[in-house]
Design a protein around this ligand. Structure first.
Ligand code: NAI
Ligand code: MG
Length: 349
């Protein structure tokens, strides 16, 4: 089976961690029947500073012909905040209509959590990725005056809410999970999240799955107190953004947080949750596990379940044997962790 993957390493540690992800994927070609054709794209800060181009429309069209996009991170202190994020990341999410942001929060080893006595955390967040407060609707009135008004509108369409909730239920069913939890703030956001609650109740009727509900503030507490009680969680854009950072922190931090930007009808994009980390870029200490686990998610999504599991197992081994970078209290370099994962891949495959 041949897979065509568009690769955008991006900036800073994006380049360093994507190199390790590709190393792991290439190893799979030896161990299984999968083969890859990678095409690398230069988009990011350097390219922008040289050409003024962020992400051209032709590239979006080209991406649609790939099986998946593998992305590192963008961002550079020399570029004004927002330009690359909006011009590259958000553009990709919106133009490809990648309405699901899938973010697993999984504890691979008890020593990685700051929560005392917790050893089983395995939550999958399904975050709405195209609407809500991040849709970019709003504006200023009397900008720069004492009477200034700034409005940021929260967009919730029946269509958008239903498709992401349906995805959560389908995902739970397909992956043998038992429960779907809705997180909202319907007690205060009485219109927008009332819609979420009604659609959730409706869609849940079609599935033989347990359901549950939390307001977002209570959810923040519950995730610390008893994270083991969650399975699949579906939530609007902003709450998903915040809760998944909290989630990352209770299972080992940004260095291990993977994600997928998905629309089952088009090409998905897989990326570590972290950014380009200019503070450690070039020092060869970036944790490549988030990028490697994102590659594993990509394969699962492309129905290469077995190969996906191998990568996950190899990562688990690397963590268990402390073959990790300083952010996880190890003393290895980025590429050394990649080498170990490759080595463990041979063992588990
Ligand atoms: P960041 O995620 O780049 O870094 C936050 C902190 O976590 C830093 O101290 C960094 O050293 C550490 N860190 C992150 N990833 C790590 C890894 N793999 N291993 C070890 N330590 C790691 O977020 P920050 O500093 O807020 O943003 C830096 C740049 O990245 C900005 O330009 C921002 O806009 C951009 N960004 C891009 C994202 C993307 O491409 N998806 C996501 C988040 C930020
Ligand atoms: Mg975030």
């Amino acid at each position: 089976m041949k897979l065509r993957i568009a690769v955008i390493p991006g900036d800073g540690i994006g380049k360093e961690v994507v190199a390790e992800g590709l190393k792991v994927l290439k190893k799979l070609e030896e161990l299984s029947r999968v083969s890859f054709e990678f095409k690398e794209y230069p988009f990011g800060a350097e390219h922008y500073l040289k050409t003024g181009e962020t992400l051209p429309d032709w590239a979006i069209e080209e991406f649609k012909k790939f099986d998946a996009i593998y992305f590192g991170a963008i961002g550079d202190p020399r570029v004004k905040p927002g330009i690359l994020e909006r011009g590259i990341l958000l553009k990709m999410r919106f133009e490809l209509d990648l309405y699901v942001n899938l973010r697993p929060v999984k504890l691979y080893h008890p020593r990685l959590t700051p929560l005392k006595g917790k050893n089983k955390i395995d939550i999958v967040f399904v975050r709405e990725n195209t609407e809500g407060l991040y849709a970019g609707a709003g504006g200023f009135l009397r900008k720069g005056t004492p009477q200034e008004i700034a409005v940021q509108e929260m967009i919730n369409t029946r269509f958008g809410v239903e498709r992401v909730i349906r995805f959560a239920f389908e995902y739970a069913k397909r992956s043998g999970r038992k429960k779907v939890t809705l997180v909202d703030k319907a007690n205060v956001l009485t219109y927008a999240h009332d819609l979420w609650e009604r659609v959730f109740a409706e869609v849940s009727q079609e599935y033989d799955l347990e359901t549950d509900h939390y307001y977002v503030d209570a959810m923040a507490m519950k995730m610390i107190r008893s994270p083991e009680s969650f399975d699949v969680v579906v939530t609007p854009n902003m709450f998903g953004d915040i809760l998944t950072d909290l989630g990352a922190e209770i299972v080992g931090g940004l260095g291990i947080a993977a994600s997928g930007n998905i629309n089952p009808e088009t090409t998905g994009m897989f990326e570590p949750v972290h950014g380009s980390a200019p503070d450690i870029a070039g020092k060869r200490i970036a944790n490549p596990l988030a990028a490697i686990l994102s590659a594993s998610m990509m394969l699962e999504y492309l129905n290469l379940e077995k190969e996906s599991k191998w990568i996950e197992e190899a990562v688990k081994r690397a963590i268990a044997e402390n073959k990790v970078t300083p952010d996880m209290n190890g003393n290895l370099k980025t590429y050394e962790v990649g080498d170990w994962v490759v080595k463990f891949l041979e063992v588990v495959a």
